[in-house]
Each structure stands twice: as structure tokens, then as C-alpha cells.
Design a protein around this ligand. Structure first.
Ligand code: URP
Ligand code: ZN
Ligand code: ZN
Length: 467
């Protein structure tokens, strides 16, 4: 039996803040308290540091096809980046091909991830085609531990489902369990705006944002909530960027509806003026929904503090600038959508959230780890520091500065959206089930250390409104 003792750190969970030692035995937290002299195979001194549950990023895309190219991180490079950033579990997305049973893509994603991931991982299934014959497959996916499904109200030429199919899926989860996650943008209206922009010769990256107005996100979010209310079922809104969408969630939650939402660091910290960067540099910041004007940032921060937003994920979707983003020169619709983020989420939220007094330390842990574990059926195995939980622990040094740069990052991408930003605070040591994956800020793990985590359907959601 291997044992690790973490001594003298300030343990922060969603609800606690106290100096405690932590004993990890055989990958699980065994004891907490004053354990200073307890014999252990490995002792890690965490004095002066914050000790938090490993981060959970419930929205990443590794090794994923996108038009004629692929996301530049695979399950090794992407999970190394996650680990050095203090994330010990990611939830990624197999994408169903139209005409295929969704389980076909799940098998494919097992092939991409097994033996490669350096941290634990789980899957949500993207459903891009839902004739009634495929509905029972959702049950088979839940049996395999894939208990949430992402559906799109956008991308009419690729993955969008109409309202009828979305409503059928919501009704199915009402009867059978599982959680529907929705990409909320009004795809058909956006498509009209895109065609008009291209016809007018407006082809530069900034027109990506101009053709995806925030009201189109707000409308789709309201519609998603209405469909879920009719189906009497919880719903989770992914990668929220717009104040209009947040108001819709706030109104619904005010009425007691089990509506949940995540945002991402780019929507809190970067604005649409980046898309008008000189030359073609704006392509680096093309993602959907798009970056918004800065007036949305404060609203999203307030939503995080007040509990109308429960989770910060990243929508990690990196593409190289040099040979991938270039595919959209002369036509912004061909720029692969997405940007990297998994490596900096926990630190960005500490620097701009905790240090700038927008959120408390407990809330930082809750929105970067605990709430995702609860919403996606892996709590208290993940997202908690308590006896019985996995020994996924981050020792975070609040005094360690880090400067973000493509030169030094582990993410396989030739740019960093936060290039040159200096943050105060960084992960020092990261353990996955008691095994070190990061020591003194450096990756020390190996490919294949991660395990696939089977998730339960989050069965209590209808009555337990997580904030
Ligand atoms: O631009 C983005 N968000 N790319 C990833 C696909 C998605 O919609 O999550
Ligand atoms: Zn999406
Ligand atoms: Zn995504």
C-alpha cells in the first residue's frame, strides 16, 4: 500500500478553510487532521500554500475533427497541459457522425484516450442526429458511464438539431435520467447574417463576432429553458458568453427551475476587439459563441459570485495559427472555431477572481471543481477533500508568479490567447489519485496514468438546485 502525507497546507474546499494534514492511501484520501508524525512513503510540505481538490474542466475537445483539420492537442498533450494547470479530470466530447449510432463515436474516443491521458477523464456524448430509433442508445451510453449529452442549437450545416429533436431528448432524460447540455445560439438566424456578410465582402475575422449577436445567444438560451420546463427536466447551458443569456438563466432559477450554466475564462477576460487585431491575428480569437464587448464581463463575474453561473470550464479547442487558423483567410466562416484554455483556467480564476475580490476562495474551488463533480455525477469521488474521495489534490502556491506564453506552455498550440500576461499564483504540486503528475510546477507524470471515470446520472438535480 502506497501512502502520501501532505502536511501544513491551508485546505480550501467549497465549504472549508482550515490548516489540515491529508493522508492519501492507495489513491484515496484516508484521513485528515493533525497527522504530522504519521509514517508515509512520501511527505509533501504544503506550508504557506493552498491545498485544493483537483480541478475539473467539464468542457474540453481533444483530438477532435473540425472540418478539414483536427484540434491540435491530443489526449496526451492536452492532459499534460491540464495537469500543470491544476486540473486532474477533464470531461471531453465524442462527436456522433450523422447516420451513425452515437456509440460508434464513443468507441472511437476510447481509442483516442486510453493509454494516452495523463489525468482522469470522462465523456459527454455529442448528439448530432437523433431519429427516434437512436433514443434507446442514450440509455446504453448512461450504462457506460456517459450520463450527459451535448446538443447544438447552432451550426445548421453540421450538428444542429431542430427544436423537436431537442425536445424529444429532453423528454427522454425526464423519463430515463441523464442531463442535456445545450449550445445556445440561434443557428438559422446567424446563418442568414453570415450569408449577408459574405455577400457584402465582409470576410475578416471580426465579422465572426458581428454575425453572432449576443441576443441570438439570449434567445436560444430562453428557448432551451422553455423546452426543458415543458419537459420538466434540468438543463445545462454550455459556454455562456452573453448577459442576455445569463438573465434568462437568472429568471428561470428565480422561479426554482433546475437550470445550470457554465462560462469560460475567455468570456470573462477577453473581448471582441481582439478579433480586429492587426493582419489576420484576429483569427486566434475566433470561437463560438464569440467574445463579446467588455460590458458582458462584469455581468458574468456577478453571475459566478451570485450562483446563477455554477461552473467555469474552458471549451479548450486549440488550433495552430500558422497552418490551421489560416484556412479562413479571405472567409471567416472557414476559420476553425476555438482556442486553448485548459492550462490556465484555475490560475486565471485565482488571479482575476480571488485576488481581485470578485469571488471567495471557497467559491473558486466550487466553480472550478466541486460543482462540476456534483452536476456530472462524480461527487464526492472528485471535487472534494474528504475521507473516501480520490487523492486528486493541487498544492497551489499563491505567491508563485507565472507569465503565460506560447514559448513555455504545454498546450500544443503556436499561440497563447493571454500572451505575456503575468499572474500571481500557480500550481506547485498536483496529485492524481495520490500519484504526482506535477512537481515544482513541472510535469512529472506519464501517458496512460489517467483512468476513464464512469459517471452516474446526476439524479438529484430536479430537487437540488446547485448554486
Ligand atoms: O468555438 C468553439 N466553441 N469550438 C468548440 C465547439 C463548441 O461549440 O463547443
Ligand atoms: Zn458549443
Ligand atoms: Zn465546446
Amino acid at each position: 500500500m502506497s501512502t502520501t502525507l501532505i502536511t501544513g497546507g491551508r485546505v480550501i474546499t467549497a465549504t472549508r478553510d482550515s490548516v489540515e494534514d491529508i493522508l492519501i492511501e492507495d489513491g484515496r484520501i484516508a484521513r485528515l487532521g493533525d497527522l504530522g508524525d504519521f509514517p508515509a512513503d512520501r511527505v509533501v510540505d504544503a506550508s504557506g500554500k493552498l491545498v485544493i481538490p483537483g480541478g475539473i474542466d467539464p468542457h474540453t475537445h481533444m483530438d477532435t475533427p473540425a472540418g478539414d483539420t483536427f484540434i491540435s492537442d491530443d489526449f496526451y498533450t492536452g492532459t499534460v497541459a491540464a495537469a500543470v494547470g491544476g486540473t486532474t479530470t477533464i470531461i471531453d466530447f465524442p462527436i456522433q457522425e450523422k447516420g451513425d449510432d452515437p456509440r460508434v463515436s464513443l468507441e472511437e474516443w476510447f481509442g483516442k484516450s486510453e493509454g494516452k491521458a495523463a489525468i482522469d477523464w470522462a465523456f459527454h456524448q455529442i448528439i448530432a442526429d437523433l431519429p427516434p430509433a437512436y433514443l434507446p442508445s442514450l440509455g446504453a451510453l448512461i450504462d457506460e458511464g456517459v450520463s450527459s449529452f451535448k446538443l447544438f442549437m447552432a451550426y445548421p450545416n453540421a450538428w444542429m438539431l431542430d427544436d423537436g429533436a431537442i425536445f424529444s431528448a429532453l423528454q427522454w432524460t425526464s423519463d430515463n435520467g441523464g442531463l442535456i447540455m445545450l449550445h445556445c445560439e440561434n443557428g438559422p438566424a446567424i446563418e442568414v447574417l453570415i450569408q449577408q456578410a459574405i455577400a457584402a465582402g465582409h470576410t475578416e475575422p471580426r465579422f465572426h463576432a458581428a454575425t453572432r449577436p449576443s441576443i441570438a445567444e439570449g434567445e436560444a438560451t430562453s428557448r432551451a429553458i422553455a423546452l426543458a420546463e415543458i419537459a420538466r427536466v434540468p438543463v445545462y447551458v454550455v459556454h455562456m458568453s452573453a448577459a442576455e443569456a445569463l438573465s434568462a438563466v437568472g429568471l428561470a432559477r428565480g422561479r426554482g427551475l433546475p437550470v445550470y450554466a457554465e462560462t469560460c475564462p475567455q468570456y470573462l477576460l477577453l473581448s471582441e476587439d481582439k478579433l480586429a487585431s492587426p493582419g489576420f491575428q484576429g483569427a486566434k480569437y475566433v470561437c463560438s459563441p464569440p467574445l463579446r464587448d467588455p460590458s458582458h464581463h462584469d455581468k458574468l463575474w456577478e453571475g459566478l459570485a451570485a450562483g446563477n453561473l455554477q461552473v467555469v470550464s474552458t471549451d479548450h479547442a486549440p488550433f495552430h495559427y500558422k497552418d490551421q487558423k489560416q484556412m479562413g483567410r479571405g472567409d471567416f466562416t472557414k476559420i476553425p472555431n476555438g482556442m486553448p484554455g485548459v492550462e490556465w483556467r484555475v490560475s486565471l480564476l485565482y488571479n482575476f477572481g480571488v485576488r481581485e475580490n470578485r469571488i471567495s476562495l471557497n467559491r473558486w474551488v466550487e466553480i472550478t471543481s466541486t460543482n462540476a463533480a456534483k452536476l456530472f455525477g462524480i461527487y464526492p469521488q472528485k471535487g472534494e477533500i474528504a475521507p473516501g474521495s480520490d487523492g486528486d489534490v493541487v498544492i497551489f502556491d499563491p505567491d508563485r508568479p507565472q507569465t503565460l506564453s506560447a514559448e513555455t506552455q504545454m498546450t500544443n498550440c503556436d499561440y497563447n490567447p493571454y500572451e505575456g500576461w503575468t499572474l500571481q499564483g500557480a500550481p506547485d504540486t498536483v496529485l492524481v489519485r495520490g500519484e504526482p503528475v506535477v512537481s515544482d510546477g513541472q510535469f512529472v507524470g506519464r501517458a496512460g496514468m489517467g483512468r476513464f471515470i464512469k459517471r452516474r446520472p446526476a439524479e438529484t438535480l430536479a430537487t437540488d438546485l446547485i448554486s
